[in-house]
Design a protein around this ligand. Structure first.
Ligand code: ZN
Length: 215
């Protein structure tokens, strides 16, 4: 079962890679048949990862997800029993929430020609890695964008009325306010830029840590 889970993960990752890569790099990606294993213990220690799962399926949903990650594919009734749910129905609510975000998948098996199916659930940890990676990357992109805007805006502000002046206006008025003669001081854009840069550095560090979880 564990081997199958790994195989599924590899298949999915490959699918993702081939979607993203161009034709030229696609060849390389296919040539390198490398097993992708995710350090799920470390993954679930990431605040962002836990928060994401909780936002989707609540604390109980996170418990279900963690349990599936730790134990591999599991039959629904057995899973419900293990996690002390009264009925399989009660756990299904959480499983569907996770399923809607592709964090878990299932396969159904009809046993001994019975009318109903038995459901086996497993966690897609690679999906979670991709989501968190996307979150970091999006924020880096947004922060870089706003840094560009900050650079473009070079403002001075009156210390009395807070009126804003651009550089030329401030120069023309000898760095004094037209309204009240207040002193024009440079907006702390440099400090803002520094803050944003250190946020980007932090996110890049997190991104690297995340990449190290995928072997
Ligand atoms: Zn003023």
């Amino acid at each position: 079962m564990a081997a199958k889970k790994k195989l599924n993960t590899v298949k999915k990752m490959k699918k993702k890679i081939s979607k993203v890569k161009t034709k030229k790099t696609k060849k390389i990606a296919v040539k390198k048949v490398k097993k992708i294993v995710i350090d799920t213990k470390k993954l679930l220690k990431l605040d962002e990862a836990r928060k994401y799962v909780i936002d989707i399926a609540g604390e109980k949903g996170l418990e279900v997800f963690e349990f599936l990650i730790a134990n591999g594919e599991m039959e629904e009734n057995f899973l419900a029993k293990k996690l002390k749910f009264e009925k399989a129905n009660a756990i299904r609510k959480f499983l569907y929430k996770l399923y809607n975000k592709n964090l878990v998948s299932y396969r159904k098996v009809r046993k001994n020609n019975k009318a109903w199916y038995t459901y086996f659930w497993s966690a897609n940890s690679s999906k979670l890695v991709f989501i968190i990676k996307g979150m970091y990357e999006d924020e880096i992109k947004q922060t870089k964008k706003s840094m560009e805007l900050n650079k473009a805006e070079d403002f001075y502000v009156c210390d009395i009325c807070n009126r804003r002046y651009d550089v030329n206006e401030a120069l023309q008025n000898d760095f004094r306010c037209k309204n009240d003669g207040g002193v024009l001081t440079h907006l702390e854009s440099e400090r803002i830029l520094e803050d944003k840069q250190s946020r980007i550095d932090f996110l890049n560090k997190k991104l690297n840590e995340l990449k190290q979880l995928v072997k």
